[in-house]
Design a protein around this ligand. Structure first.
Ligand code: CU
Length: 150
């Protein structure tokens, strides 16, 4: 094989490889599922929401916004040290999960339209960068509820 043929062969291999990758990616999308959602019964005019967003797909996604019947002002917060701050989005890694948990990332509901009590359900719609919106019924738990002590 002379040098030119070798280069050509390499180029062909490369093209085939790319074609396979493109083909394989056609059905890869984030596959999201929401688990363990809860809201501690609010003790003031704000409330927090927690849940785990699982992604069994091969593509990452992002939680970008949240709407709810409970509040017109729902934001996404992360906790840094013992301070929370609003973020534009939170990553949901491919074949991974985004955890919203007490002391960490959470949803923040301000200016509650009503005060939900333990046993109520709060409807939220999660919006993502790639996936279609997902509706979640968040059960309201006692204000002291700790999911680790199930
Ligand atoms: Cu917050």
């Amino acid at each position: 094989m002379n040098r030119r043929t070798a280069l050509l062969a390499a180029a062909l291999t490369l093209t085939t490889g790319l074609a396979l990758t493109a083909c394989g990616s056609s059905d890869s999308a984030p596959k999201l599922q929401v688990d363990d959602a809860y809201m501690p019964q609010p003790i003031s005019s704000m409330a927090a929401g927690f849940m785990t967003v699982k992604n069994t797909g091969d593509t990452a996604d992002k939680l970008t916004s949240v709407t709810s019947d409970l509040s017109d002002d729902v934001t996404i917060h992360e906790t840094v040290g013992n301070k929370m701050q609003e973020v534009k989005s939170l990553d949901i890694p491919a074949n991974g999960e985004l955890k919203l948990a007490s002391g960490g990332n959470h949803l923040m509901f301000m200016g509650l339209k009503k005060k939900p009590a333990e046993g109520d359900k709060v409807t939220v719609e999660l919006h993502f960068a790639t996936s279609k919106p997902v509706k979640v019924e968040i059960p309201v738990k006692a204000s002291t509820f700790d999911p680790k002590k199930k």
